[in-house]
Every structure is written in structure tokens, then in C-alpha cells.
Design a protein around this ligand. Sequence first.
Ligand code: GLC
Length: 605
Amino acid sequence: MKKYSPIIIFVQVCLLLMPVLLKSQPIAPSERPQWFTDARFGMFIHWGVYSAAEGIWKGEPHRHFNNYAEWIMYRNSIPMEEYIQLAQRFDWDEINPEKWVLAAKKAGMKYITITAKHHDGIALWDSKVGGHTLPKLSGTTRDVLAELAKACQKHDIKLGFYYSHWVDWEHPFGWSHNQELAGKVTPEQYNQYWQDKVIPQLRELLSNYGEVAMLWFDMWIPHEQTVVERQQIDQVLALIRELQPNCLINSRLGIPVSNENIDFETLGDNQLGSNYKKHPWQTPGTIAHSWGYNALENQWKSTTQLLHALIGNVSLNGNFMLNVGPRADGSIPYESVSRLEDIGQWLAINGESIYGSGGVDLAPTQHDWGKITYKKQKNGTDNVYLQVYNWPLDKVLRISGVTSQPTGVYLLNDKLKTSLTYTQQGPYLHVQAPRVAPDRFVSVVVLEFETGMQLDKEVVAEASFGGYSLRGNNIIDHLDAPNKVRFDGTRPEHLVITGPTTLRWKIYVDQHMVYNFDMSYSNQGKGEASITLQASDTELTNELPHTGKIVVEPNQDYYTDEFREKPLGKITFTEAGYHEVTLLIAPADGEAILFNRLWMEKAKD
Ligand code: GLC
């Protein structure tokens, strides 16, 4: 008999036990989401009995304007006995979860979350509890979740399960929105659903599929506004932490991220980030409109839109989970596949600016050409990635607010890192951009800094083609409340000024120069309002006449406040350097001025 040395045996035993040892070691709550933060991009899969309805029932399209195809049972009032017949349409010869994993991999995604049980209450796996499961209904012994778990492991993709805990149309005591009218479920009955189905099914999911990287719950309002009680939520939390301590849990369980067991915040469907958040967060996004497969889908988002969603979120420390809805034969529609492939190609070149990257401490709307992501490199240098959505026609890429000098400026797709020429004065950096955008979708320019970089988040950014837009969102005193001023649909973004108010901005002037100022405002009052603009020891005073209304759409009796452009005059800045521009607005007594922006531009003559 062959003899093994004790050392080899010891090493082999350790290797065998490694996954168990690793799994059972709970990671500190703050460290748990690290892989998720680094991953930045994942795939959401909505697949279930509804996929076979394809958004049409008995020849009639989904009845609700928000035609999420996975809601068809509820929206089209389909009786459960008829709905479950759809399971016969599943084509098990074709279904292959590894293909989903490969599609995710090719797209540059790092995790997959699949709808293990959606609102229809039908488990995708052969659950021992609950009335219906897809395998039983469709006559297969296959376990899609097990196959998916195996493929994920093989291709190094993390796996998460979506589980509809609150809404369940299958269990007699589960929640359907109609209960609000019917009031049919008592708290005791709802708890019976919870104990009979939710808890045992979660136990199955957490016990039978190896490492579950995340459980993704779906309650889009705080649990206090629903039938779900805090105790029930705590029971779920305890179960997860007992069986898989490192499994991530999203805030749609019904409680906020302030609870240390909630690992990341899930924003609303397709709701992209608008401000930087320190805690991990994510947008679940659709590639079209519906989540589940809808044959009548006609709202496909472009690759560019999807990349903007991903990049924008990363620049605010967020994640993007992009959904696909395969058909009942498992195939992912071509419209999705083509976009995933384009994104994957983009990430293959530009992934360094996304994976493990975050944002910089500048206003999210700082630059009108795109966004900025950032990553500290292993060698200690700081890399700033300029995600240029709109390549400059005048071949000058204007970056505002970075005051330290870069040690490298190059295109991310240029392996040779050929230096781009640039000039820098104060907080303004001008990179000479090649005439043609280096990427079809989003071109990335890298600024490399050796010893950390200094930022100036107060200074007003230069607009594309030059000039400065002094707005409500870049006022010195409002910097901590970005997006305070929003576009409301018909009127431009504006501050409502009801009494004498001084607004202040910080700008930088690169040389002795004359600037033209004008202002956009609305005065709906009757009295005369006045403003005084001050900069570089000069004062310009102007009256702001009544602006009146403007027609939004003809023949519809539909008017809105008119905003008018008012030339204010010229100011000469004799000194190069930082300056403050202040604007004193004095509305007439009891009236308001709606301030939109000041525009400041080098005088042409
Ligand atoms: C909503 C919908 C649901 C979808 C989910 C994805 O909660 O009810 O159908 O699964 O959003 O974020």
C-alpha cells in the first residue's frame, strides 16, 4: 500500500476543510459587503412561470400601464389554476443556466441574483413547502438553482437569490395588494404564511445551494407600512446570520441600512444615484421596461444609457444590477444579449475605472461632459478616470476642481499610455483631446497623481466650450445640499427668493480679463425687483421686470412661468486667481424672484 507522509495528509485535510472553515468564519458587518462594492456590476434575472406568458394573456396584453410582465397574474386577474398551466410551455431541452452565467461573465458582471420566488409565490426549485413549484408544474426533476449555483462557482460569479417575502399570491394568507380592499388576512394568518412558507423556504435556499452571496428581498416601502411585523423581519435576519453569516441582505427586506444586518441599500426600480453615499448601495435596473420577459417590449435602453447608469452610480459609490428576462426556453432575447456584449467589451478595456472604483468629492453635476470615477492604485498613486460622455468638439476637455498636478494624463484604451498635453491653472485643467472620441460609447481619460490629489469642491466648474454657469447647486453655501434645486418638468431649476438674499460663488480667473454676465430669472410679481452683482470691486445694479407667462403647448390653455435672460453688464477682473461673485437679490415686498442662473463668459471684444 502506498504510504503518505503525515504532512501531505494534514495539508489535504486542511484543503478539504477550507471552504467549511472559510464559510463558518463570520466577517465583521462592515467588511461583509466588500466584494459587492468592488464588483459594482451584477446581473438580475427575472424568470418564472410568468416568463411563459410573455406579457400576453388570452391574446390580451398586460393590462396595466406599468406592464411589468411578472405581474401579469395579478394585473390580468388570472386564476391560479389557469396561470400554472403556463409551466407546460417550459422547454427543458433548451434551458441551460450555465448560458446565463456565461452571458453575465461576458458582460463583465460579477454576480447574479435570480428570482427564486417572485410575487406569484411559485418556487423555481423543488421546495418541500408551499403549494406549487416550477419543477413539479412543468414536469422536470431538474433544479435550476442548483445548476446555476454550480455554473456560478465554475465561472467565479457570486450568486444571490431574490425572494419575495412580503407579496405572495400563491399562499392563501400571503399578501396580494387587493388585501388592502378586502382586508382578508389577519396578522395571525399572515404569520402562518410566514412560518409555513417564508422561513422554511429561506432555510432551504440557505442550506442546499452552497454559498449564497446575497438574499435580495423586495419590499419597496418601509415594513411599518405593510402587514410585515418587525419580529418577522428579525426572525429572517437571525436565520440568515445563523446559516450563512456572510450572506448580504438588502434594505428591501423592509428596514434601513442603519441596521447593521442590512448590508446595502437598494434604491427604487431604475432609480439612479443622485448624491454620494458612504454606505454600499445599488440600483436594480431594467434593460428595457419590464423585468420578466415581455414579447411586446418596446422600450429597450441603449448601451450608452446603460453604461451611464453604471458609471454614474460608481461615481457615487454605488452598484448597478442590470436585469434580463429570459424566455421559457431559457434564451435571453437578442436585444439584451447585444447590449450585454457591448458593455462587456467596454468593460474589458475600461473595467479598471469601474471595479473597485468609487467617486471623488466633487459635486455630482460638476461637469457637463460626464462623470468622474476614482481608484487608489496598489502602488499608492491616485487614478482619476474622466468618463467622457460627450467628447469635446473644440478638442479641449475641461476639468474643474482638481488642483494638484497630474503625473500622467492618457487615454485608458491606450496601452502605451501616450501622454496627452494639458495646461493647468489654479483649479482648471485643460486636456488637449484627440479629434475623434476613442470609444463609441464612453471614452475614459486617466489623470494619475503620485502623492494624493487635492480637490477644490467649491469652485464653479467650467462648462464645455468655456464659460461658467453659476447656479443654485454650486453656491458656496449650498454645496452640502446638492440637488436642492431641481428641474420640475416645465420650469428650469431655480431657487425661490422671497426676501433680500445674497448668493455667493467661488470662481477662478486665469488672467486679466473682462467677463460678460447675464442672468436667467422669472418675476411673477407686480412690483420691481432689483439685483446687485458684485465681483472684483465692481458693482452692477439692475432691475428685474415682470416676466409673465409662456405657453407650454399650443391650444391647451397650458402656461408656465417665463424665465428670461437679462444682460447684466461687464466686469473686469484685473487679478488672476480666486474671486468671489456675489449676487444680492431684492424681490419687491411680499413677492418672489425665481433665480435660475448667472452666466459668466469671457467678453469677445
Ligand atoms: C418591483 C416589482 C417587481 C420587480 C422588482 C425589481 O418591486 O414588484 O416585479 O421584481 O421591483 O426591483
